[in-house]
Ligand binder design. Sequence first.
Ligand code: SF4
Length: 177
Amino acid sequence: MRRTLFESLVHAPLTEAPPVPDDTALAELAARVDRAARRRLGRSLAIRQVDAGSCNGCELEIHALNNAFYDLERFGLRFVASPRHADVLLVTGPVTKNMRQALERTYCATPDPKWVVAVGDCAVDGGVFSGSYAVVGGVSNVIPVDPHIRGCPPSPSDLLKGLISVLEQVSIKRPPG
Ligand code: SF4
């Protein structure tokens, strides 16, 4: 114990230095998402996150959008607890066989117009879990996906850029009828 204490005093910390804040770039990215959401939807964006079987690395980055550093709620981006209140499903992980039905039901419960964003390399094609007996594969094997946001895991800024691309490039899907 004494040795550990001594080493912690003489050695540099093992943790990485925090990222240098770029408040202007972050504010601009978030404001672009908010503007695009208001133009498309007439209101701010509601996001439901769905973990379809990830290692939780992608979730850590998604959660970071809500922390004191990014604090995206101040720009009108909200995470909601129910797919019935969501505009966007942010889906992570390879889809496991156990989660397949839950993902399909979540998709059906989300009102139109809706978008599905597959987050992380695993959500594209299974990533490092590809070929496992326990996974179905990427998210698009189960439900329609609009854009993919690549990365293992993607950074919060990548997530914001992905949301912008959804709102700016994908046309609104009207319910049939
Ligand atoms: S993309 Fe990487 S961080 Fe995200 S679920 Fe897969 S292995 Fe984990």
